[in-house]
Design a protein around this ligand. Structure first.
Ligand code: A3P
Length: 309
């Protein structure tokens, strides 16, 4: 497998001082060891009852995992005092196919939830064949870019001064980011959703924030676990929204410390999954030219989809 890297297009973030090199594999960029992870994930045998939470990094994956987990386990745990989310990183409650296939196979969960950042075209064939449900979350591209910039910067331990945002911006606009091009990731899922609309739920991070009740109810229905009128009256929906809110999760001890093991070699501090969660943070980073450039790019790429990034 080592030899494959010599054949793949390659790009190193100059500001990462050699610590972030990306390879383009099956049409998408990612760090070394992703071809291996993808191939392994593709051996997963999906069941029709599986529900896959899909996303590009920094679009609200952690939030979607927490909400889906809380919705599906609401009868099992008293969310105020005993939810696993109070003591476990959401990424360890709902596992990524590409990171933890062995664990998934060893301990099959009674919960049908799995997550992946893999592009639609790289999903295991069994996911498509089984016709299982897919929830896809996406977010305003400018906020994703800023979120992603800080995430990578922190991963390679650089200060803002040592990691020029301009370069991160240029790379992202060329499509070079984890699981990028971001727009192609969205477009692949969107196109598939046009063919099987009943199997897909598209959620937008900003909408989820604006109207959590409506969106979480929609998510619960899609997951096959709608809230009853009694539950709503009893505040179950509200409790789940509160438990999974940024303020709540980011202040939990478990999410402020500890290390997420993406695989044997790479770890991510839990705190890095919780930064600011502010809409429009991009305005603090983008020049007018950057805004113009990315708006033009997105208009071109997303035209005809009705998706607003
Ligand atoms: P910011 O960097 O803009 O703060 P992902 O989970 O896909 O990696 O996305 C991470 C982004 O989601 C980060 O955005 C993070 O702060 C935000 N986030 C994490 N948990 C959240 C929550 N419970 N509610 C809203 N946003 C959340």
């Amino acid at each position: 497998m080592e030899g494959i890297y010599k054949t793949l297009p390659q790009h190193t973030y100059s500001w990462s001082q050699g610590r972030a090199t990306f390879y383009k594999y099956q049409g998408f960029w990612n760090v070394q060891n992703f071809p291996e992870k993808t191939i392994l994930a593709q051996s997963y045998q999906a069941q029709p009852s599986d529900i896959l939470l899909c996303s590009c990094p920094k679009t609200g994956t952690t939030w979607l995992k927490a909400l889906s987990f809380a919705i599906l386990t609401r009868e099992k745990f008293d969310h105020a005092s005993a939810s696993p989310l109070l003591t476990t990183l959401p990424h360890d409650c709902v596992l990524f196919l590409e990171n933890h296939l062995a664990k998934i196979k060893e301990n099959p969960s009674d919960l049908p939830l799995l997550a992946t950042h893999l592009p639609y075209s790289s999903l295991p064939k069994s996911v498509i064949a089984s016709n299982c449900k897919i929830v896809y979350i996406y977010r305003n591209i400018k906020d994703v870019l800023v979120s992603y910039y800080h995430f990578v910067r922190e991963l390679v331990n650089l200060s803002v001064e040592d990691a020029p945002f301009e370069e991160a911006f240029d790379d992202f606009c060329q499509g070079i980011s984890s699981f990028g091009p971001y727009w192609d990731h969205i477009l692949e899922y969107w196109k598939a959703s046009q063919e099987r609309p009943d199997r897909f739920l598209f959620l937008k991070y900003e909408d989820l924030k604006k109207d959590a009740s409506c969106n979480v109810k929609q998510l619960a229905e899609f997951l096959g676990c709608p809230f009853s009128v009694e539950e709503e009256k009893a505040g179950v929906l509200e409790n789940i929204i509160n438990l999974c809110s940024f303020d709540s999760l980011s202040n939990l001890e478990v999410n402020k410390s500890g290390m997420y093991q993406a695989d044997e070699v790479s770890g991510v501090e839990h705190r890095l999954f919780f930064r600011k969660a502010k809409d429009g943070d991009w305005e603090n980073y983008f020049t007018d030219e950057m805004k113009e450039k990315i708006d033009k790019l997105i208009d071109e790429k997303m035209s005809g989809t009705g998706l607003v990034l």
